[in-house]
Write a protein that binds this ligand. Sequence first.
Ligand code: ATP
Ligand code: MG
Length: 422
Amino acid sequence: MSERPQAPRGTFDVLPDQAALRLAVERCARGALEAAGYQRIETPVFEDTDVFRRTVGESTDIVQKEMYTFEDAGGRSLTLRPEVTAPIVRAYIEHGMHKLPQPVKLWYLGPCFRYERAQAGRYRQFWQLGAEALGSDDPAVDAESILLLATILDELGVRGTRLRIASLGAPASRARYRELLQGHLRAHEDRLAAEVRARIDLNPLRAFDSDHPGTREVMASAPLLLDHLDAADAEHFAQVRELLDAAELPYEIDPTLVRGLDYYTRTVFELTSDALGAQSGVGGGGRYDGLAEQLGGAHVPGMGWAAGIERILLAAEERPVPAPICDLYVAVTGNVPGAGGPAAVAAFALAAEARRAGVPTQIELAGRSLKGQLKQAARLGARYVAIVADEGIELKDMQSAQQESVDSAGAVVAHVLRGRHA
Ligand code: ATP
Ligand code: MG
């Protein structure tokens, strides 16, 4: 026998129970985001590879080793999206959204792809929920965005969350700071991990991320970007903090907060949960005032975040999923699968009529005996069962167990509707 195919490593099937939980997350997020003026956007699952190369950053893990990049039959280099911010900015430019009232506030939900070491909470296909506000550099945009994610996670019952924030400053102060940090790293080069040493030129900030003991010692005395912001950036960060304080949202300032994407400027933040193990990040984001220019557009300030649906569900309290409603089960007597006959046709027509009237209806599809059908109806929690025979229709009320003859399909539907509203 040949081997049976399985879902690829790092991917998973979303079975109905899980799908119901994910839908609950989507409903909650959508409610909060749309109430705050965010509108849904959907972009393609793949983009020109350049969209990510030019924005996420050549030196990042994502671009260096995590992208699913392929050439299509026309010889174009395409990439399954590892994140959705750059595609949304691409869409903003492409559709001239700068002509709309600013900021344009967009939210999304969809699959992302990263070639990573698969483990609990870390997959190769995962879903991101995200929100982006484009066209304003007002600190209130930053505070509103952060507050929205914190509120959504709270409403979803995500346990043990911790919010950390920082500012990376504008590119100019970042560049000056970078040189300072490189100087510090070079001065202590012999104590650094090899991979940190190799990245001094390319990405010195990542040194703050290292678990290597020697590197950690060196980083303890490293200069901090937060102490080297220029006046405008420091003022912007102070205003964001003031607004978060006004909204009574607790946070910690983490001067070593490093994000895995290069496009961030000014505010960055991350929400973690102790309910997760090593993969503690539930969501995060920040401001990206230079991203649109990196994609060949005009200067468009932006701020947003993304959160992983699977990690939200791992960190949230289990909530019971309500069973789907079944108001009417249509059974057939003398049932033989596929045999057809007038009763089976009448049953099908009755179910169609009931559904047109808005009654949640299920029909016998597996050729069960009448006893088996009643059992199945009970399992589904059906309120009524219509038993269709060649001679006519009987309607059974599953609560009172009373059964009566009904003279037409229309009468069954009217009866069920009355019962539902009673
Ligand atoms: P991590 O540090 O855990 O790798 P990240 O910084 O790479 O996370 P982001 O790029 O900020 O993550 O993506 C936002 C969110 O998307 C994360 O907080 C997480 O919830 C989710 N996420 C990222 N990568 C994965 C993955 N491989 N599997 C599942 N969820 C993921
Ligand atoms: Mg990552």
